[in-house]
Design a protein around this ligand. Structure first.
Ligand SMILES: Nc1ncnc2c1ncn2[C@@H]1O[C@H](COP(=O)(O)OP(=O)(O)O)[C@@H](O)[C@H]1O
Ligand SMILES: [Mg+2]
Length: 137
């Protein structure tokens, strides 16, 4: 299992960009970590590698799942922070995550099912202004 240390928001964004190559064309990235740990920043890095502007990729507020499509690239961003566990089943997320495009899920520890072949990362603040990012099962 790999791990990285990010010293800055920019570092985390670059990691997302670097991971895009292994996520293309249809992979899923599951992100676990507290509020402010950098999940959205990492997601922006992934999205930028597929030509989506990072300003487009915000934390979904009322929409749990955002889908972006452009020039043959499909990118899905889900954030489960504001959803009740019993509501997740109704989103069709299991099908979406098995479907086409690159999919990133924030608060993926709330998923009530296993995502086959997903890359899973846990982000934590390291106490000295950086982030520890660790690949998990
Ligand atoms: N090394 C780092 N990596 C990512 N974000 C960082 C880092 N250092 C500081 N930050 C700040 O932490 C915040 C992370 O926010 P965000 O990505 O929205 O977190 P999450 O989506 O996990 O709640 C941003 O304000 C960012 O500027
Ligand atoms: Mg977020």
């Amino acid at each position: 299992m790999r791990s990285w240390r990010s010293a800055s928001e920019e570092d985390t964004r670059e990691l997302g960009k670097a991971l895009a190559a292994e996520l293309a064309p249809d992979g899923a990235l599951l992100l676990i970590g507290a509020l402010g740990s950098g999940k959205t920043v990492l997601t922006q890095g992934v999205a930028s590698a597929f030509g989506f502007d990072r300003s487009e990729i915000q934390s979904p507020t009322y929409t749990i799942i955002h889908e972006y499509a452009r020039a043959g690239s499909r990118f899905v961003h889900a954030d489960l922070y504001r959803i009740e566990p019993e509501q997740i089943q109704g989103l069709g997320l299991e099908e979406t995550l098995a479907g086409p495009g690159v999919k990133v899920v924030e608060w993926a520890d709330r998923l009530p099912f296993v995502v086959p072949r997903a890359l899973c990362l846990r982000l934590t603040e390291d106490g000295v202004g950086g982030r520890q990012i660790v690949e998990t099962e």
